[in-house]
Each structure stands twice: as structure tokens, then as C-alpha cells.
Design a protein around this ligand. Structure first.
Ligand code: ZN
Ligand code: FE
Length: 256
């Protein structure tokens, strides 16, 4: 069992990519390499050598660096079995319930369709680290490009079963606009109000709001709270099916 060392690297407009390093074996992965240059710079800064790419889904802002990094380092590319044909250079296919070991650090893999059909997440339990791509964001969730509300609710339920202290290493800094929206559907939520004050302060100083924790998300993220009476009554759906409530909240967010 090994505790990963994690380095967060901001790239493009609002993406985060993550270097994850096993200190016992020196294996080092990049999660969702959107680009190449900043990844190589980060490796150099940390003195780490790339051995793996872990992809969560096929979008170009998550796989854009795959082939060039593989060419440069000979690293192994791990990605979703369900989307093998859309992951450039994939070597190892993983899916729901699989365990993938990065050195001595074990990741449990979840299938989390919704944003894309083949989206997966990697949960390194011993490191309290969840790499969830574009499925869960701080106070938000990914747009449903290829999946249904029912699929996404089922995917998010897998995260909702993880411990409070799990760090949510999501792939975008969307927090501030997510929070503004969250307040429109759950205006009485004091945890949300307090968090937004903190987020506004951090963003004003250009400090990342990612990672959050699952405990924080459970308390503030409207997409994990379709059973909240405050939220349900704000959208006029008190007592409705949580999937229908989720779908309505997602629909509102799409046009926010
Ligand atoms: Zn995406
Ligand atoms: Fe993305």
C-alpha cells in the first residue's frame, strides 16, 4: 500500500491535469493529459519520470497529449474499455470493478457514464484520491453529452458511497460559476453560502478551489442533493423522483 504524491498542473483555460507518483516504485502517471509541454515541465520540476497515462474519457482536452507523451517516454496508456476505440494509443483497458496498480498504489475503477458513454474514474482509496474527470466538479457535474440523467445519477451514486475525506481531483476549475448556479437552486443552504464566500476569495487571488472533498460535495453540490427538500421545493418538485429532480437541475444548469 502506497500513498501517492500528487502534483496539480493548471493547463489550457480551466483544465487541471495531475501527476501521481508512487514513492516506493517511482511509477508516475499523468491523469488526462490535455497537453504535453506543461506535463513535461511538471515532471522535470518534480524529478519524476513518466510511466503511465490514466485517461478518464475520450475528449480532446483529456487525451490531447497521449500520443506525443507515449512517443517521448514509452509510457503505458490506461483507459476505459467501453471507449477503447476513442482513446488514442490505449494499451490497457479497464472497467467497472477492476483494480489497476500504479506501482504499489491501487486504484479501483468505476464506470461512470453520463458525460460520455465510456467515462471512468480512478479511486486510490489509500491515498483518499478520486480522479473523476468531467463527471463530478466542485459544486457541479459534467454536461450529459452522451448519457441520460438516470445514468449520471447512478454514476454519481458510486462517488456518494466513498468516504467524506476523499479528495475530488476533477478536471476543470468551474467552481465559481457552478456555485453561482447552485445558490439559485438551494439558496438556503448555509454550507453552500459559506463555501461560496471562500471560493470567491480564492478565485480573486487566483488560488485553485480544486481538489474539494466528498464531504464538502455532499453538503453543497446540487447534483448530489436531488433529495434535498430545499432544492426540491425551489425547483417546484417536492417529493419527486430524484432522477427527475436531477434532470431538471441539469437542464437549468445547461441554460444558466
Ligand atoms: Zn469532457
Ligand atoms: Fe473536459
Amino acid at each position: 500500500m502506497s500513498h501517492l504524491e500528487i502534483k496539480q498542473i493548471p493547463v489550457l483555460n480551466d483544465n487541471y491535469v495531475y501527476l501521481a507518483h508512487c514513492p516506493d516504485t517511482d511509477d508516475t502517471a499523468i491523469v488526462d493529459p490535455a497537453v504535453v509541454g506543461p506535463v513535461l515541465d511538471g515532471l522535470k520540476e518534480m524529478g519524476w519520470t513518466l510511466t503511465h497515462i490514466l485517461n478518464t474519457h475520450h475528449h480532446a482536452d483529456h487525451t490531447g497529449g497521449n500520443l506525443e507523451l507515449k512517443e517521448a517516454t514509452g509510457c503505458t496508456i490506461v483507459g476505459p474499455r467501453a471507449d477503447r476505440d476513442r482513446i488514442p494509443g490505449i494499451d490497457v483497458e479497464v472497467g467497472d470493478g477492476d483494480t489497476y496498480k500504479l506501482g504499489k498504489a491501487a486504484a479501483k475503477v468505476f464506470d461512470v457514464p453520463g458525460h460520455t458513454k465510456g467515462h471512468i474514474a480512478y479511486w486510490f482509496e489509500d491515498s483518499d484520491a478520486l480522479f473523476c474527470g468531467d463527471t463530478l466538479f466542485v459544486m457541479g457535474c459534467g454536461r450529459l453529452f452522451e448519457g441520460t440523467p438516470a445514468q449520471m445519477v447512478n454514476s454519481l451514486a458510486k462517488f456518494d458511497a466513498l468516504p467524506d475525506q476523499t479528495h475530488v481531483y476533477c478536471a476543470h476549475e468551474y467552481t465559481q460559476s457552478n456555485g453561482r448556479f447552485a445558490l439559485t437552486v438551494e439558496p438556503q443552504n448555509q454550507a453552500l453560502i459559506d463555501l461560496m464566500a471562500e471560493v470567491n476569495d480564492k478565485r480573486a487571488r487566483d488560488i485553485p478551489t480544486v481538489p474539494s472533498t466528498l464531504g464538502q460535495e455532499r453538503a453543497t453540490n446540487p447534483f448530489l442533493r436531488p433529495t434535498s427538500p430545499d432544492l426540491q421545493s425551489t425547483v417546484g418538485m417536492l417529493g419527486a423522483d430524484p432522477v427527475d429532480v436531477f434532470a431538471e437541475v441539469r437542464r437549468r444548469k445547461d441554460s444558466f
